[in-house]
Design a protein around this ligand. Structure first.
Ligand SMILES: *[C@@H]1O[C@H](CO)[C@@H](O)[C@H](O)[C@H]1NC(C)=O
Ligand SMILES: *[C@@H]1O[C@H](CO)[C@@H](O)[C@H](O)[C@H]1NC(C)=O
Ligand SMILES: *[C@@H]1O[C@H](CO)[C@@H](O)[C@H](O)[C@H]1NC(C)=O
Ligand SMILES: *[C@@H]1O[C@H](CO)[C@@H](O)[C@H](O)[C@H]1NC(C)=O
Length: 213
């Protein structure tokens, strides 16, 4: 009896409580879902902002700082026919600026030198790494192939006029990577310059940089 007396008034109360509890529970779940959704939204917004700022891969920038004439030995031989004998080498000072928060790794690349459309030198740029937010300096020595240069019918005239116009063409390809985001980058650079023979100097260097995607 005592048990049922106790049990009767108890059970409706516990039902009410249960109902209240479930309502409370639902409200809490709703609140929780809401907070979680807002949190997720916030995370998504942060990811989007990061993707467009810090994690956006920017193209590395190549600059030619200077081109030096390290050697120029030039003679005009009159016999049997007037011709130019020369020994010439250059040093190309380049830099690669990596604006990203991760490193830029580039493969073996080449720098070619042309004189009036004739390839007169080919220099190798060894593969390397431009560290995050750093500028890497590269000094590329180039030895001009004299016989190639001499094969041009314009050489004697240019030498007599005191200047030779040449252009250097460098192409660099590599991968810029930030965590799992990767981007293939190919940059090239074409510089035109005038070699002042009497001064043994290089003047009017004009470079054009390009990013090929
Ligand atoms: C060209 O000059 C360099 C450095 O002065 C020298 O070592 C080389 O033997 C020269 N080459 C020729 C073909 O004269
Ligand atoms: C880069 O050059 C080095 C040395 O000349 C060579 O061992 C390596 O195989 C080259 N790598 C590529 C990808 O050409
Ligand atoms: C070579 O340089 C000298 C001195 O700077 C200059 O007077 C001369 O005009 C230049 N020659 C050419 C062909 O530009
Ligand atoms: C580099 O520039 C020169 C002069 O503007 C041009 O004649 C030459 O074709 C260019 N070379 C390349 C590989 O774009």
């Amino acid at each position: 009896m005592a048990e049922t007396d106790q049990a009767r008034p108890l059970s409706p109360r516990s039902n009410e409580e249960k109902a209240l509890e479930t309502m409370e529970g639902r409200r809490k779940i709703k609140q929780c879902v809401c907070v979680t959704a807002m949190f997720l939204l916030l995370i998504i917004i942060v990811i989007i902002i990061l993707a467009f700022t810090v994690f956006k891969i920017k193209d590395p920038k190549i600059t030619t700082n200077k081109i030096l004439l390290t050697n120029l030995d030039l003679n005009i031989i009159q016999i049997p026919t007037p011709q130019v004998k020369l020994n010439m080498s250059l040093l190309i000072d380049m830099s690669i600026k990596n604006p990203n928060i991760a490193s830029f790794k580039f493969d073996n690349s080449t720098t070619s030198v042309y004189y009036r459309g004739i390839l007169v030198a080919d220099a190798q740029i060894p593969s390397g790494l431009a560290k995050a937010r750093k500028t890497l300096h590269l000094n590329v020595p180039v030895v001009i192939m004299a016989n190639r240069l001499a094969s041009s019918p314009d050489l004697l005239k240019d030498v007599l006029e005191g200047k030779m116009i040449m252009n250097t063409y460098s192409i660099l390809s590599g991968i810029a990577k930030i965590w799992f985001i990767k981007k293939d980058v190919v940059v090239d650079m074409n510089c035109t310059m005038t070699i002042n023979i009497s001064d043994r100097a290089i003047q009017d260097i004009n470079c054009q940089h390009k990013v090929i995607l």
